[in-house]
Design a protein around this ligand. Structure first.
Ligand code: ADP
Ligand code: MG
Length: 278
């Protein structure tokens, strides 16, 4: 496993706060991984996300991105290029009027020449399905489209990692699906994904779930292991994903399952198996 990001004994305390928002967090994120971060409001998820690209610097401990220490100010620029963040509210992320200009803005800071900028804008707009919207005004787009513009802006910088901090939470179901499909595509082409979310079903896109509680990591396991652990869910104030809720409800009604289902397909095939066995 090659470490993309490592946190060693990281704590973070906001100015004047009586207690740390994050305490003694140690974690390694492998290159190409899809990590889901969950936990109730105030548990430290956003603070964690902002530590990953040096937007925040640890009060204690260290964060290492691809071999670079985030606290080394000479590396700050390289680190910001390696780790991009997409925030909750797409409207707070734009600087230009049109889609094309907004993506271009980030690239100008990289010092690319015009031709290379144009190539990158076209390439990433196509990848994210925004080609037909490049000359649209951002104000005229739907929430899901806006969030995809924000993602294209981050992705055009060719980062290794993208942190999504509740990036789907302000979107309607269609917009959410669009953004999730985009995340999936980026992951398939090798991007490391850190997805902070309160939609538990999104955890099944990845293979690892980290649960925060009072600024600490209280579990770091596969989605299946997290969502079938009732005591953990209760402690961390997490809901079960829909499929898990269904399975538990059906079990209470006497239907037996041979495994823990995490997709609707698995649930349906288990129901068929149980039905045919009767
Ligand atoms: P989450 O994203 O899980 O909701 P946050 O990382 O935003 O959690 O917050 C973690 C803790 O830090 C909370 O107790 C919150 O109140 C506190 N906190 C967040 N932002 C600030 C801030 N700017 N100043 C002081 N305390 C903050
Ligand atoms: Mg947050």
């Amino acid at each position: 496993m090659t470490a993309m990001i490592s946190l060693n004994g990281v704590s973070y305390r906001y100015k004047d706060a009586s207690r740390p928002a994050l305490s003694d967090v140690t974690l390694t994120i492998a290159r190409g991984n899809w990590l889901t971060v969950v936990g109730r409001n105030g548990s430290g998820k956003s603070t964690f996300g902002r530590l990953l690209n040096g937007l925040f610097l640890p009060t204690e401990g260290e964060v290492i991105v691809d071999g670079l220490l985030t606290s080394d100010e000479h590396q700050r620029w390289s680190i910001r290029q390696k780790v991009g963040i997409v925030f909750q509210n797409p409207d707070h992320q734009f600087v230009a009027t049109t889609v094309r200009d907004d993506i271009a803005f980030g690239l100008e800071n990289l010092g690319l020449d015009r031709a290379e900028m144009r190539t990158r804008i076209e390439r990433y707009a196509q990848l994210i399905g925004l080609t037909s919207l490049l000359d649209e005004e951002i104000d005229h787009l739907s929430g899901g489209q806006k969030q995809r513009v924000a993602i294209a802006g981050v992705f055009a910088m060719e980062p290794d990692v993208i942190v999504f901090d509740e990036a789907t939470s302000m979107l309607d179901p269609i917009g959410r699906k669009e953004v999730l499909q985009t995340m999936k595509r980026l992951h398939e082409i090798g991007c490391t994904i850190v997805s902070i979310t309160h939609h538990m079903d999104e955890a099944f896109y990845g293979n690892r779930v980290v649960v925060f509680h009072d600024g600490k990591i209280i579990a770091d396991r596969s989605p299946r292991d997290v969502f079938f652990d009732d005591a953990l869910l209760f402690k961390a104030g997490l809901e079960e994903p829909f499929v898990v809720q269904m399975q538990k409800m059906l079990e209470r009604r006497g239907i037996s399952f041979t495994k823990r289902c995490v997709t609707e397909e698995e649930l349906i095939s288990e129901l068929w198996r149980s039905f045919l066995a009767e």
